[in-house]
Design a protein around this ligand. Sequence first.
Ligand SMILES: [Zn+2]
Length: 432
Amino acid sequence: MEFRVDRDDLVQKFLSFVKIETTSNEDNAATPSSECQWNLAKILKEELQRIGLDNVRLDDHCYIYGVLPESLPAGSPRAGKIPAVGLIAHMDVSPAVSGKDVKPIIHRNYDGGPIRLPGAPELVLTPENDKPLGECKGLDIITSDGTTLLGADDKAGIAIILSVLQFLQKNPEVPHGPVHVAFTPDEEIGRGVDKFDVEGFGAEVAYTLDGAGQGEVEDETFCADAMDVTFRGINVHPGYAKNKMINSIKLASELIEMLPKNAMSPETTAERQGYVHPMSVKGNEELTELKFLIRDFTDAGLKELERTLEEKVRAVEKAHPGCSAETKVKHSYKNMKVMLDQRPETTAFAEEAIRAAGIKVHKNPIRGGTDGARLSFLGLPTPNLSAGGLNFHGKTEWVPIQYMENAATVCLHLLQLWAEKGEKKGLLPKVD
Ligand SMILES: [Zn+2]
């Protein structure tokens, strides 16, 4: 049977979700960070109940969970043996651009030319300035009117997951294992996992549907540390400072000067290259503190960059007898691949499902973190899959309807692969 969800229903859901304001707020320490996220959460809770999921709950922190129980032909030898697979998407949208009063526009049968947004004449989408658009001739593309973001990140993910559940409910002859669903708040401000109940969620592997375009499988992130460097100089009244003062501001500036100009920085690296990135300087003659972000795809590479920075700090210290320098490394997060490699079928099935849907697989390491990375280290291996959208966090965000539809097809194939070949192994041991 063909795994095609109901397109009109998928689109209708998506359009109704993007119109609900759910912008998260980094200045509010509470979870959820904005009250408006409850408005979508309540609708999604009802939606899960309507589709017929078990144990649907919306908790005090605006996380929604629900379970579509296993469905197998009577007497199936696979009964009770299929691992629970999680599907996760986030409800909030980025605070970078307004997400209030979103007015989605459908550009049917895209002709390959420029797409103009009526609310912002200066913003024109063209295949020249937006390459993926070149591959979308003939597709139906949704944008905002140009005055707000669209919110395909990640309401496309939510609409896709609901369509998948609905498809399975309407086609009970399609065998599948338990599907555990979660919708989370505050992903865009880096707090989507803070209150995630991994144990209660009950899945042993999961997928976030939060990636761009189609065919993407993200199973690698940076390894990330922060390094604080403090220079202590000697302050003397400037009138009497000759041969006595050591200005710590100048020590800091010497260190920055020693960093390579054409390498090792975010602005000069791409793909699998790491960097050392000064992100804040604060000080006076006496004391200057610098904060660095250190990033690489391997732990060894990360340590190497830290050693390089440390050596330069010591060189500055040595050149100015009387001053002192202190360094402190703070661990941030690790490449999720070390966790996913312990359940390689998680990524392998995703790639197989994408191919089964007739789409080319793209694997790119993420130069940042994801919610899935944090979940993976909590014991729930969670790669990120495409949900169709492009140009996230901006007024030119867009999504082809067919990409969302294809993402749903990928999910259905993925659940089939787990039903046929998956083995129960439980959660991985947590790693701090
Ligand atoms: Zn997202």
